[in-house]
Design a binder for this molecule. Structure first.
Ligand SMILES: Cc1cc2nc3c(=O)[nH]c(=O)nc-3n(C[C@H](O)[C@H](O)[C@H](O)COP(=O)(O)OP(=O)(O)OC[C@H]3O[C@@H](n4cnc5c(N)ncnc54)[C@H](O)[C@@H]3O)c2cc1C
Ligand code: SF4
Ligand code: SF4
Length: 419
């Protein structure tokens, strides 16, 4: 039975990454009721997976924790994790939205004590760490997860595991009979903040992502560099754990290519410069090679680029990578043509990092409603018709640009909700 809540001046924010959190806070702090939903068992989106933010290189946990506290302290915001929109009816100023809540199998009694995790015999790939390690079927989604509540992946749980997790919980928080629920929300406007996914690296046959452990993506490097990541902060070659003496960054991996993502993903040059600092911190002498078409570091990011390009052990090669080939010793050879000298380069390195771009999540997993999207599946904002999009749901962007567009989205949403 659907539970009905909301008013015609309430706002629904779909997606609880930095963009959705900002939109929700801005709208609620003006006095609107806000529903903030996310399909994940936690809020924070992709930023929660980053090791540090450019350009200041501070940990993302700082910014996210402040936002989580503001959300917790604000009675105008109601949050739902593991929630997706199933249908929308009505129009601007007066929507009825059906939201489906997937079962978490852990209720609000959970104190995050971790006993179920310790007792659980079943393991699964840790999605938060891009499958670079395993987690238990009963786990906290990640160390700083908000809400701080465990989740159980029932598909990964054996009969023996089910008995063990139930028996381990002293707080009666495990509920393996939990069912899918639907709630109905009455809202005046909807903001889409559904963000992005890393472009699937297996789609680029020439880069051989699946054929060598030495080929990783830029988001995998973020997790490796994180102290709470799969290697405890060490950047080593997956598979054999070799320390890095040489590393290549392959820019525009999928972006600016009509066969993949036709646009520039905006952040991946800056992400590579940031990741050069991760490598340098751990390996002062390692050789770094950056293969690029153009280096795009707009506005204030220029200074950061200049500083990193002065690194004596870093070589910048203007040339699109034609192929990467795994080598018998576990390394890889990166082949490109230097666009300045015309010379063909075959550079063998311990590890190659694909600077994969940002694809809107709606390209892979669109909400079950009619949304106005461009040919790349970015949502096109049209507040007159009630479509308001923000952050990377709208275009590839860094965090600062996302928070700016989210403040604007909150204002639009308030205007639409007061029609
Ligand atoms: C390698 C790399 C490094 C980066 N480093 C930096 C950096 O140092 N500094 C910086 O400023 N930027 C950086 N960025 C960019 C930064 O990650 C983005 O700007 C930021 O994640 C955008 O936030 P968002 O909220 O728009 O999207 P997301 O972070 O993707 O959040 C979207 C949220 O929506 C949820 N969602 C998706 N679909 C649905 C649905 N149908 N229903 C409900 N919920 C849904 C998702 O679960 C997610 O929680 C980096 C990007 C890359 C690729
Ligand atoms: S579900 Fe129970 S055992 Fe598991 S973390 Fe929560 S309170 Fe602890
Ligand atoms: S930001 Fe740099 S690496 Fe990313 S698509 Fe644009 S030019 Fe290529």
């Amino acid at each position: 039975m659907a539970d009905e809540q909301g008013t015609s001046s309430a706002i629904l924010v779909v997606g609880g990454g930095i963009s959705g959190l900002t939109t929700a806070l801005e709208a609620a702090e003006v006095g609107n009721d806000v529903f903030l939903i996310d399909k994940n068992p936690y809020f924070g989106g992709r930023v929660a997976q980053l090791n540090q933010y450019f350009p200041k290189l501070c940990p993302p946990s700082c910014g996210l924790e402040i936002n989580f506290r503001r959300v917790k302290d604000n009675r105008k915001i109601r949050t739902y994790s593991m929630a997706t929109v199933k249908s929308v009816s009505g129009g601007p100023g007066n929507y009825e939205v059906n939201v489906e809540l997937a079962p978490r199998y852990v209720n609000s009694n959970c104190t995050a004590c971790g006993d179920c995790e310790a007792a659980c015999p079943d393991e699964m790939d840790n999605e938060f760490n891009f499958g670079m390690d395993k987690c238990k079927a009963a786990h906290l989604p990640h160390e700083m997860a908000f809400p701080r509540r465990y989740v159980i992946d029932k598909a990964a749980l054996s009969a023996e595991g089910a008995e063990a997790v139930k028996a381990s919980c002293k707080y009666n928080a495990v509920d393996l009979d939990m069912q899918v629920e639907t709630i109905t929300l009455q809202v005046g406007s909807i903001v889409w903040a559904t963000g992005w996914n890393p472009y699937d690296p297996t789609k680029m046959d020439n880069l051989k992502f699946n054929e060598s452990d030495a080929i990783v993506t830029n988001m995998m490097i973020e997790r490796m560099a994180s102290e709470n990541g799969p290697t405890g902060g060490a950047i080593v070659r997956p598979g054999d754990g070799k320390e890095i003496e040489s590393i290549a960054f392959v820019q525009c991996a999928g972006s600016r290519d009509e066969n993949h993502l036709e646009y520039c993903s905006y952040v991946c040059c800056m992400a590579t410069f940031k990741q050069m600092t991760y490598v340098r911190e751990r390996y002062p002498e390692a050789k770094i090679y950056v293969f690029y078409i153009d280096l795009r570091t707009p506005g204030k990011y220029e200074k950061f680029r200049e500083k990193l390009m002065a690194d004596e052990n870093a070589t910048f090669i203007k040339g699109k990578v034609a192929k990467i080939e795994p080598q018998a010793d576990g390394g890889v050879t990166v082949t490109a043509e230097n666009a300045v000298t015309g010379e063909k380069i075959n550079q063998t390195v311990d590890m190659a990092v694909l600077a994969t771009g940002m694809q809107p999540s709606t390209a892979v997993d669109a909400p079950a409603v009619d949304l106005n999207m461009d040919s790349n599946s970015f949502i096109v904002s049209d507040p007159e018709n009630g479509t308001i999009a923000t952050g990377c749901a709208k275009k590839a962007a860094d965090v600062v640009s996302c928070t700016q567009s989210s403040t604007a989205a909150a204002l639009k949403a308030i205007q639409v909700s007061r029609r």
